[in-house]
Design a protein around this ligand. Structure first.
Ligand SMILES: O=P(O)(O)OC[C@H]1O[C@](O)(CO)[C@@H](O)[C@@H]1O
Length: 533
């Protein structure tokens, strides 16, 4: 009975406060082994948390009671778990390399998935080799991807993450409707050498369509009516890509059962495939499949995504922490926090359960972060001494991609481990007193410690490793969403702002008619109108 389990968990949470994390290692020399989980060369360490064996057992019980294994199996087999949109949730089909059929409404989706991936590979290879050339017969040197949200964050994050594997044309990402974005990205690009990919699941998103039209005008000004030959599209709306003038042979489709924020594995990943090539893109998919298979087969208590999800539940619901920080010690993962913000917050930022009734527990935390070590010199002050406790999620590769700069990587590792140690260990007043001549300074140098973190360690940030990392976080979001009883796969919360922006545009354009608006909005419209002159 779930209420009973939540009650027991609340008691466990109170009891946990009595034993500092650091002391738990003295009590149990096997704590690291017992509170970490491994998949091949990847280890998730959650020993620097207040969890003990009893709490983990209760959390696993909660996951079982809430039906995590059953819901997982329904998701993987094409059940329509996105009930508010009547859709299956099958991003896992995009990286199903097993040859097994996956049925949606009785039809195997795998032949279509493979067909699109094969077409992407032919196109990407052609662009990379120059066989698919610009209208003057010369190779494309630059690719501009226009998209936003899931049609931008995943490929942009992955392109940066996999820079050491990038041997195709240069990639540029335009997302913001702010004209500054497309202006600055196109500046210095030669339309004669540039391919534009318009990426939009719906092909209606105002930001993307506005940027796409601007890019088309830029291209047409240079190339005239042949400009369309420098465009490709990724979308589920094939009628709309045709209306935009993109040749169907350059349109790569996907399906309504792939959510935008889960879509990097298929056609939305086209720019990544162009950058790193189909073979490495295949490795990326293989990595995700590794995690899928582990998620499906490992017992809950040794299951990496389940445990990461349960650590999240412990921190959010039992300890009451409101945010979680994503802290990759990898400059090339500097877009990971932004990517995970959409994945996590658009999925689990919900207030009603599947049946529409209000939730009775807190749901998704605020997700934020920055690459280490940069964050250390910005916001770690608050992490160590602020009044909020922020569970920190560190990521670090054992090996960097720059052998000649090995000393940099050693410093990076030392910094990463030092931070989780410092958060846990803290510094007492007595210890602080020994570091200062003036005792009045000692309180300023106290660190409360006992601040929780997890660390994900792997050999090297390869395409396969990146695939595993992203799939790990996708499944973590799933596990938490199931426990909270919410639909992680819709995003109605983004609609109201879009509707109001559409209604406001004519007022901005005309500079009048503010009467029906609330005082603040009318006042801001008037002020902006006056400033625009
Ligand atoms: O790919 P599209 O349809 O342009 O949508 C872009 C993004 O907009 C949203 O629908 C809402 O912001 C996201 O879920 C999605 O990733």
């Amino acid at each position: 009975m779930t209420v009973w389990t939540w009650t027991k968990l609340a008691e466990a949470g109170k009891a946990a406060e009595a034993t500092p994390i650091l002391d738990r290692f003295a009590e149990n020399p096997d704590r690291f082994a017992e509170f970490s989980v491994t998949l091949d060369d990847m280890t998730l360490d959650f020993s620097k948390t207040t969890l003990d064996a009893g709490a983990v057992a209760l959390l696993v019980e909660l996951a079982e009671e809430q039906g995590v294994p059953e819901r997982r199996d329904v998701m993987f087999t094409g059940g329509k778990i996105n009930i508010t949109e009547g859709r299956a949730v099958l991003h896992t089909a995009l990286r199903n390399r097993s040859g097994k059929a996956i049925l949606v409404d009785g039809t195997d989706v795998m032949p279509e998935v493979r067909e699109v991936l094969d077409r992407m590979a032919v196109f990407a290879t052609g662009i990379r080799s120059g066989k698919i050339a610009a209208i003057d017969g010369k190779p494309f040197t630059d690719v501009v991807n226009i998209g936003i949200g899931g049609s931008d964050l995943g490929p942009a994050m992955a392109t940066l993450a996999l820079a050491p594997y990038h041997d195709g044309p240069r990639l540029h990402y335009v997302s913001n409707v702010d004209g500054a974005d497309i202006h600055d990205k196109l500046l210095g690009l030669d339309p004669a050498r540039t391919l534009v990919i318009v990426a939009s699941k719906t092909f209606t998103t105002i930001e993307t369509m506005t940027n796409a039209r601007t890019a088309k005008a830029w291209m047409e000004a240079a190339l005239g009516p042949d400009a369309g030959k420098h465009f490709a599209a990724v979308s589920t709306a094939l009628d709309k890509t045709a209306a935009f003038g993109i040749d169907p042979s350059r349109v790569f489709g996907f399906w309504d059962w792939v959510g935008g924020r889960y879509s990097v594995w298929g056609a939305i990943g086209l720019p990544v495939m162009i950058a790193i090539g189909p073979d490495d893109f295949g490795e990326f998919l293989d990595g995700a499949q590794d995690m899928d298979q582990h998620f499906q087969s490992a017992p809950l208590a040794r299951n990496m995504p389940v445990l990461l999800g349960l650590v999240g539940i412990w921190h959010r619901n039992v300890m009451g922490y409101q945010t979680r920080a994503i802290l990759p010690y990898d400059q090339r993962l500097s877009r990971l926090p932004a990517y995970l913000q959409q994945l996590d917050m658009e999925s689990n930022g919900k207030s009603v359960t599947l049946d529409g009734s209000p939730v009775t527990t807190a749901t998704g935390p605020v997700v934020w972060g920055e690459a280490g070590t940069n964050g250390q010199h910005a916001f770690y002050q608050l992490l160590h001494q602020g009044t909020n406790i922020v569970p920190c999620e560190f990521l670090i590769a054992a090996v960097g991609h720059e052998p000649a700069l090995e000393h940099h990587h050693q410093l990076l590792i030392a910094n990463c481990l030092a931070q989780s140690e410092a958060l846990m260990r803290g510094r007492t007043l007595a210890e602080a007193g020994k570091t200062v001549k003036d005792p009045a300074l000692a309180p300023h140098k106290v660190f409360p410690g006992n601040r929780p973190s997890t660390t994900l360690v792997y050999t090297e940030l390869t395409p396969r490793t990146l695939g595993r990392i992203i799939a790990l976080y996708e499944h973590r979001v799933f596990v938490e969403g199931v426990i909270w009883g919410i639909n992680s796969y819709d995003q109605w919360g983004v609609e109201l702002g879009k509707e109001l922006a559409t209604a406001l545009l004519p007022l901005v354009e005309s500079g009048r008619g503010f009467g029906g608006k609330d005082g603040s909005t009318a006042g801001l419209l008037q002020t902006i109108t006056d400033l625009r002159g």
